[in-house]
Ligand binder design. Sequence first.
Ligand code: SAH
Length: 478
Amino acid sequence: MRFLPVFLDLKAGPVVLIGSGELLRAKLRVLAAAGARLRVHAIDGNRDLAGLADDVAAGVVFSDGDPLTADLAGIIAIVCAGAGDIGVAMSARAKSLGLPVNVMDDLEHSSFIFPAIVDRGEVVVAIGTGGSSPVVARRVREKIEALLPARIGELAEFIGGFRKSIHARLPEFQLRRRFWERVIDGPIGALVLAGRKTEAEAALDRISDATAFARADKPEGSVALVGAGPGDPDLLTIKALRALQDADLVLYDELVSPEILDRIRRDTARIAVGRRVGKPGIGQDAINRLMIEAVQSGQRVVRLKGGDPFVFGRGGEEVEALRAAGIAYSIVPGITAAIGGAAAFEVPLTFRQEALRITFLTAHKAHDAETVDWSTLTDTKATVVVYMGMTAAPSVRAGLLAAGRSPETPVGVFARVTRPDAQAAIGTLGELPELIARIEGGPAILIIGDVVRHAGAISQNPKQITTQIISDLLEAAA
Ligand code: SAH
């Protein structure tokens, strides 16, 4: 390591920036946005500050003086970008004064270099490659960006706000460290990262015996209700992936694909708790109990659900059970089957002028379908997405036809969407039961409405049943 990363206090004094053109302007933007006070010698005379916020621009002063003779008292660093020979001369001057200097793209004349930066407020990660490859640094930065929770800076700030008071309550360093570790790794940290700072503050205030809290040998458990999306593991959100990597126990639904279960950390316990049509699961009460007991025993639990937890996923009931038990939880949304299916099969759910609204409805059993008020769904400018509609398909069809929707209404049955074995059958409302028969099993959603006419991309998978695009069907019918 030739360059030691250190953090410069921008409040300690101004930075002198010398140069011209876009190079100068790029550095000016970066430094000003970071909060530096800048004295700028623009060799090209361009003093444009367009694009900078007013409060940021307020920290920038242009200087007419010759930088080679200008007074440098109180200056904390010198940066040259597009400064040519002046940069080299300035480097010699800075070095003779013992001032840190950076001449852009010129290691020989620089005493410090700029790292690539991941900026999360109070948390800043600097990535250096000793000046050898900014592109490598950028790639590393992308990886770290993906890894770090967006609110990690807020977490640091949150802890900063309590440091003094906790210091007073826990003078012993070891104990204090354990205290903060438990806060960060437990539900309080999770609340801050979920953007629920007020609740986190309340939870921290509730810790009456800080010593006992720090000494407890049992870690504090936590639970997250996580949406796994419709099957493709690449459709997991970054948050969902992080939760899976952190979990001690994953309770998952039958709908969650094996490829997604592969993304769980290897040594994590996992239990299938869901039910599928025809197969009983352990039951909602038992799921709630299992979840609560696991959290109370100090485990980090992920309740993993297909699609989104709050779209026909019974996430609401689980949240109520957690609330009743006084357990802190967080919710990570997922891509619901309708949205995943629409993207995979190119069905623009709200194609302009053709659909002004989307209705997601469940038709679990024929009985459910019979209780739906189909008369609210006859509008031809409405797209209807039916979940759990395979067995009840004849009732869905009967209901919509009886309410007056045309039998020629385009319909798509989209099964196992975003998975390798996805299938689609497209036709008309009149033929819905036959379309279902052409699909080799669920789970499947039905999309009903004119927008299905735009469906595409259904022949990429050789295993897929050949389907006709609705426009062909309509042509044949005409
Ligand atoms: N919470 C889930 C829905 C659970 S209800 C979500 O947001 O997607 C179960 C129903 O979801 C299934 O009967 C089916 O209609 C639909 N479904 C779930 N995953 C699916 C997939 N990969 N392809 C098609 N439909 C799916």
